[in-house]
Ligand binder design. Structure first.
Ligand code: BGC
Length: 284
């Protein structure tokens, strides 16, 4: 690959968040047919990126996201693929590169929950969550790094050779009874992200994570769909509102853009303060 130039600092006068900071930077978002993935795909497109919309099962929903992105004047394709399967991830990235020539931004977002108290948790529930949430992020990050290294730095497009954004969770630090498989997977994602960030920084590949708190999506519908459930949930959120998928979309745009060019190996918490031990506001 092209060697990045040594120690080139940004010009002070540069305007970072232009209206379309991601123009010319094709992006791939896994699990983009709904929830946070969908919002991230749309936010990246609004910021100028063409987008590969990966989905596991719901082709109709993925096609709708593609249609929305095309209406914004960007290119988009939907590609089915289970991120837990090596052959499907390889095929996904091959299709992406065939469609758009390369990728500059990869968002490893696809995730799921299979909740159960540990003493009743089946090995299948454990393996399904670790397979999608952790192994899936490994497989996609590996494919991303391979593509970024193949292409090398394209300084006309971005100061970085490529950007990987992992979807973590507040549960990378907050233990979660009844969800040990999920919390273990997200704790693993955080260390995968940091280790990879350290490894590929010399190639000017930036690797970060977003750690969302309670975001209004199908995965946690039970926690917000009734006023009673929402009131319980908001006891855990100092900022006193539930997060919206767009809150995460905006964070992804910043992490993918040159505005965050000196940021690597970090988890950006987008959680309204959920990880701040809210109960200590009135005790301790
Ligand atoms: C989980 C949600 C949960 C939130 C806050 C997320 O990672 O997927 O189900 O509401 O964390 O606990």
């Amino acid at each position: 690959m092209n060697q990045p130039p040594a120690n080139t600092n940004p010009p002070a006068e540069r305007q970072w968040l232009t209206p379309d900071p991601l123009r010319g930077q094709p992006a791939l978002v896994t699990g983009a047919s709904s929830g946070i993935g969908r919002a991230v795909a749309l936010a990246l497109a609004r910021a100028g990126a063409d987008v590969v919309v990966n989905y596991a099962a719901n082709a109709e929903a993925a096609d709708a996201v593609v249609a929305e992105i095309r209406q914004l004047g960007r290119r988009a394709i939907a590609v089915q693929g289970d991120v837990a399967r090596e052959d499907e991830v390889q095929a996904l990235f091959a299709q992406a590169v065939e469609a758009f020539g390369t990728l500059h931004i990869v968002v490893c977002n696809a995730g799921l929950q299979r909740d159960a108290p540990l003493h009743t948790m089946t090995l299948e529930q454990w393996n399904t969550v670790i397979g999608v949430n952790l192994t899936g992020q490994f497989l996609c990050a590996r494919a991303a790094v391979r593509e970024f290294m193949r292409r090398g730095l394209d300084a006309a497009v971005s100061r970085a050779t490529g950007k990987i954004i992992h979807m973590g969770s507040v549960h990378e630090v907050i233990p979660w009874a009844g969800h040990a498989n999920y919390a273990a997977s997200k704790g693993g994602v955080a260390m995968l992200m940091k280790s990879l960030a350290q490894e590929v920084a010399p190639q000017r590949i930036r690797v970060n994570a977003i750690a969302p708190g309670a975001i209004r999506t199908p995965i946690n519908r039970a926690a917000w769909q009734t006023p009673e459930a929402l009131a319980e949930l908001l006891k855990l959120v100092p900022y006193q509102r539930i997060g919206e998928p767009e809150d995460v979309g905006q964070a992804a745009v910043w992490l993918a853009s040159d505005a965050s060019d000196y940021v690597t190996g970090t988890s950006l918490f987008v959680d309204g303060g959920m990880a701040l031990y809210p109960e200590f506001a009135h005790g301790g």
